[in-house]
Design a protein around this ligand. Structure first.
Ligand code: PLP
Length: 273
């Protein structure tokens, strides 16, 4: 990302997500990514997690009305070039976000593109989304997504499609696309046996493969958030979806290549450039 010239208003991006006290994922990852991409980042906080490199010990979800008010307030004054959702915690928050997005023209076919990262659990398996909230994401949020970015665990939870090899990615993309997002990016990072990491983009008509190396690092905390935030950054600058996704893939490859150990567990992807 190129930093804006002094005194010039940059593009703006909004993350609707949870806080990670460890600083590696959630809104902390999103803000670092927005900064690195030269975009002014804004936050609608959904939940506060108590988290370190070993996992999520506890979290508190904020009142849905407060989440919606954050979205409406920044949209009215600052303007939102692109938005992304991460941890949404509860069904009531999902529905509040959907309503606030409708009021602020955020979502597919509206003026502001929306990236939905359907976060269900941390990489350590800690739930970040209540069970009834998964249905709300699937049935009501995904239909207003410009782009959905599920990993293979989330594909299985949302559609029942279980992908175990690269061959299954197209079926996964079709199944998620049928839930309503305009575009789907299936993240292949969890196919650990594959020597490459070939993500798949689908708009209901054409498949685009996004190849990349597999580094083998265990330190990928915040990787999903960072990818979605870098894509949202490019969208906020007016990039079409395929170019924004290619930008995001390049960004996350660098972030994973620079990932570092921190704490006794899983370190974060890098935001140092
Ligand atoms: N904590 C928060 C607040 C998040 O939003 C996320 C992912 O979206 C995570 C933790 C999980 O990150 P990871 O699975 O990379 O550990």
């Amino acid at each position: 990302g190129v930093p804006p010239a002094p005194g010039v208003t940059p593009s703006t991006a909004l993350t609707i997500a949870g806080s990670d006290s460890g600083g590696g994922a959630g809104i902390q990852a999103d803000l670092k990514t927005f900064l690195a991409c030269g975009v002014h980042g804004m936050t609608a906080l959904t939940a506060v997690t108590v988290q370190d490199s070993l996992g999520v010990a506890d979290f508190l979800a904020l009142p849905p009305s407060l989440v919606a008010a954050q979205i409406r307030t920044v949209a009215a004054d600052l303007g939102v070039g692109a938005a992304k959702t991460g941890m949404l915690a509860s069904a009531a928050i999902v529905d509040a976000v959907i309503e606030a997005c409708a009021q602020t023209s955020i979502g597919a076919g509206r003026s502001t593109p929306l990236v939905v990262d359907p976060v269900a659990a941390s990489m350590h398996g800690d739930s970040l989304l209540a069970e009834d909230a998964l249905a709300a994401v699937r049935d009501r949020l995904l239909p207003i997504a410009t782009l959905a970015t599920p990993n293979l665990d989330e594909v299985r939870l949302l559609t029942g499609v279980d992908v175990t090899s690269r061959d299954g990615l197209r079926k996964a993309a079709e199944a998620v696309h049928a839930l309503g997002p305009s575009w789907v990016l299936i993240k292949a990072g969890h196919l650990a046996a594959d020597p490459e990491c070939v993500d798949l983009l689908f708009d209901g008509a054409d498949f685009v493969e996004l190849p990349g190396p597999r580094t083998g690092t265990p330190h990928t905390h915040g990787g999903g958030d960072t990818l979605a935030a870098s894509i949202a950054s490019a969208l906020s600058r007016g990039c079409p979806v395929p170019e924004a996704v290619r930008f995001g893939k390049r960004y996350i490859m660098r972030a994973v290549a620079g990932a570092y150990p921190l704490g006794a567990g899983t370190g974060p992807v890098s935001a140092f450039w």
